[in-house]
Design a protein around this ligand. Structure first.
Ligand SMILES: [Zn+2]
Length: 291
C-alpha cells in the first residue's frame, strides 16, 4: 500500500489514540439511514478491520462540522470520468474535506467500506492487482477479505508512534502571592546591572526569576520578558545571582515568577524573601556593588 500524504492523514490523535470521525450524509431510498449507518459503523469497527492498526472510528451526528469524512450511500455512482462498475468513490476536496460514496447494492459488504476508508483517512493508493491487500482495485473485491496483515503493518508504519502527550502545564505563580502587591513599577537605567537574591525556607524544585513588562496588563497576560537570570529554589538558604546586564530598561513593571518543575507541588516550597537589586546606572566601573 502506498500513501500519497504524510500521516496522520484525516485521523486525529486524541489522548494518544488515532481516531477517524465520520458522519452519514445522503442515503439512497434502497436503505434506511439506520441500515446505512450500521453498515459503515460495523465495517469500520469490526475487530478484523483497521482497529488492528490502532485506528478507532467515531460516528458523529449528521451535519457535524467535526466529521473528517461524510459517507453517502447512493444507487449509482456516476461522474464525468468514471467508467461503469464503480461501486465506491472517495473524493478529497481542496478545503480538506472528504466524501465517500458507497453503492447501495453493496449493502453489508465491509471490504468496500474499509477500502474507501483507507483512501479517505490514510490517503492510501491502490495496490497492484493480485497483491495481498484490501487496496487492490475494487473490481477485485469478490469475497470478504478484510485488511491483510501486510495492510495493517503498513498503516502502523505510516502512523508511526503517536505524539507524546502534551507536557503537564508548569505550575506558576507570582511571588509572593497577590498580584496587586508584588508587581511593582521601577525605573531601570539603560545598561544597569541587575541581580536577584532570595531566601528559601522550604526548598522544592522550582525557579524564581525576575520578569518585566511594559504594563500591568502585559504582565498578567503573559507578555513579559525575563529581566535577568533566576535562582533555583531546590536548596535551603540565602542565594543570589551574579550581577548581569538588565535585559530591559525604562519604566517597567517588575515581578517575580516562580515555576515549579512538573510533579512538584507549590505547597512544598516556601520562599521567605526575594529581591531584585539594581546597580542604578549603566556605569558600574569602579562602583562598589553591595552584596
Ligand atoms: Zn479504490
Amino acid at each position: 500500500m502506498q500513501f500519497s500524504q504524510p500521516s496522520p492523514g484525516l485521523l486525529q490523535n486524541i489522548g494518544g489514540e488515532w481516531i477517524g470521525t465520520w458522519s452519514l450524509g445522503g442515503v439512497s431510498s434502497a436503505l434506511t439511514p439506520t441500515q446505512a449507518g450500521s453498515w459503515i459503523a460495523d465495517s469500520l469497527n469490526n475487530p478484523l478491520g483497521w482497529g488492528r492498526a490502532g485506528v478507532q472510528f467515531q460516528q458523529l451526528a449528521p451535519g457535524s462540522p467535526d466529521a473528517a469524512i461524510i459517507f453517502h450511500v447512493v444507487d449509482e455512482i456516476t461522474g464525468p470520468n468514471l467508467g461503469t462498475g464503480v461501486i465506491g468513490l472517495c473524493s478529497h476536496y481542496r478545503d480538506g474535506s472528504c466524501a465517500i460514496q458507497l453503492e447501495s447494492g453493496q449493502y453489508a459488504n465491509p471490504d468496500l467500506v474499509n477500502h474507501e476508508a483507507a483512501h479517505g483517512y490514510f490517503f492510501a493508493e491502490h495496490s497492484p492487482e493480485g497483491s495481498d491487500s484490501i487496496m487492490e482495485p475494487l473490481e477485485e473485491l469478490g469475497f470478504v477479505e478484510w485488511p491483510s496483515d501486510l495492510d495493517i503493518a503498513q498503516v502502523q508504519a505510516w502512523l508511526g508512534n503517536p505524539p507524546d502527550p502534551a507536557p503537564p502545564e508548569l505550575q506558576r505563580y507570582f511571588f509572593p502571592g497577590g498580584l496587586e502587591t508584588y508587581i511593582t513599577n521601577r525605573h531601570i537605567a539603560a545598561g544597569a546591572l541587575a541581580r536577584m537574591t532570595c531566601t528559601v525556607t522550604d526548598p522544592a524544585a522550582a525557579i524564581i526569576r525576575p520578569v518585566y513588562a511594559d504594563t500591568h496588563a502585559h504582565m498578567l497576560s503573559g507578555d513579559r520578558q525575563v529581566l535577568c537570570g533566576g535562582l533555583s529554589t531546590d536548596r535551603q538558604g540565602w542565594h543570589n545571582t551574579e550581577w548581569q546586564e538588565a535585559k530591559g530598561s525604562g519604566d517597567l513593571f517588575i515581578a517575580f515568577v516562580v515555576e515549579a518543575e512538573p510533579g512538584v507541588s507549590m505547597d512544598e516550597l516556601n520562599i521567605a524573601h526575594a529581591e531584585l537589586q539594581l546597580s542604578g546606572s549603566g556605569d558600574n566601573a569602579g562602583r562598589d556593588i553591595p552584596n
